[in-house]
Design a protein around this ligand. Structure first.
Ligand code: PPY
Length: 294
């Protein structure tokens, strides 16, 4: 059976994303994003699902950087999931949850709830965890401490926690994109999620810093009328001011336009790496509907 690594433990948003694309495959939780990617390169699993970008916080740098610098895997698919954050507490603490002293969660989840936290738990400290699921697990295992987790309803059920406050995320339009990684390009199993189109992701390194360099790169896409859905710069880690660009093109790899862009950029002495050309899905179902037992 196909094996899928995801950022665990059970009850994470990544698990929600994974269930929606791989409802009947074997899903295996890993503790960290790099652990998921290593599992693919060591052939312990066939695919890994990890978060890559959030509407509120932007890119998940750990994923982008590990993909570029450590495990050169290919993006085989993408799934976008609506994110609703809940404040979860142990049933021992339901009487006075405003006395919570510490809030545990993934850094992006805490960042998505700053307004709520500042107004209702202004004195609480934050404790950053590898995932929202591991925060929920910690709160469940420490019933005597005045602590809460920020996580989803799946985690509330999984760890038997109480939802003290519902939908505490500051912005309505809170979505996260997850990528499906593999060490080669392979066709994805038919997904029950909604197909929303194809994307191609390129990594571009400029030969040197000179006036108009990025303009030249972008014009290779512009005059071909290729729509870019994202451009992100990340440090090359070789010195201050050295960056590479990760560029998402809103179309499938073709035989003319994208190869033409790559040839043009290479003629400008840019280094271009294809990170993947893949189908994108969207999940707009409720947690109850997506819980699938294997
Ligand atoms: O921690 C999780 O549940 C994850 O899957 C990572 C994450 C954290 C916050 C928002 C979306 C995804």
């Amino acid at each position: 059976m196909t094996k899928i690594a995801y950022l665990g433990p059970k009850g994470t948003f990544t698990e929600m994303a994974t269930i929606s694309v791989f409802p009947s495959e074997e899903r295996i939780p890993f503790r960290t994003i790099p652990d998921c990617m290593d599992a693919v390169s060591k052939n312990i699993v066939d695919f890994a699902v990890v978060p890559i970008e959030n509407t509120i916080e932007g890119s998940v740098n750990l994923t982008l950087d590990y993909l570029i610098h450590n495990q050169k895997l290919l993006i085989n698919g993408e799934i976008t999931v609506p994110i609703e954050q809940q404040l979860l507490i142990h049933s021992n603490n339901t009487k006075n949850w405003t006395a919570i002293k510490k809030v545990y969660s993934h850094p992006h989840a805490i960042a998505q709830c700053h307004t709520f936290l500042r107004s209702l738990l202004p004195d609480a400290e934050f404790e950053y965890m590898n995932s929202t699921g591991s925060a929920a697990d910690y709160v469940a295992k420490n019933p005597d401490q005045p602590i809460a987790a920020i996580a989803n309803e799946l985690a509330a059920k999984e760890y038997n926690l109480v939802v003290a406050e519902k939908n505490i995320h500051d912005y309505e339009n809170n979505h996260t994109r997850f990528v499906i990684l593999k060490n080669e390009s392979s066709s994805m199993p038919e997904s029950p999620s909604y197909y929303i189109g194809d994307k191609t992701t390129l990594m571009v390194t400029l030969p040197a810093d000179y006036p108009g360099a990025l303009h030249h790169v972008l014009s290779a896409f512009a005059w071909r009328k290729l729509n870019l859905s994202k451009i992100e710069s990340r440090p090359m880690k070789t010195g201050l001011g050295n960056y590479f660009f990760v560029i998402d093109v809103a179309m499938k790899m073709d035989e003319v336009l994208i190869p033409g862009v790559i040839a043009e950029l290479e003629a400008l002495k840019c280094q271009v790496t294809l990170l993947g050309s893949y189908p994108c899905y969207s999940l707009s179902k409720k947690v109850d509907e997506i819980r699938v037992e294997t």
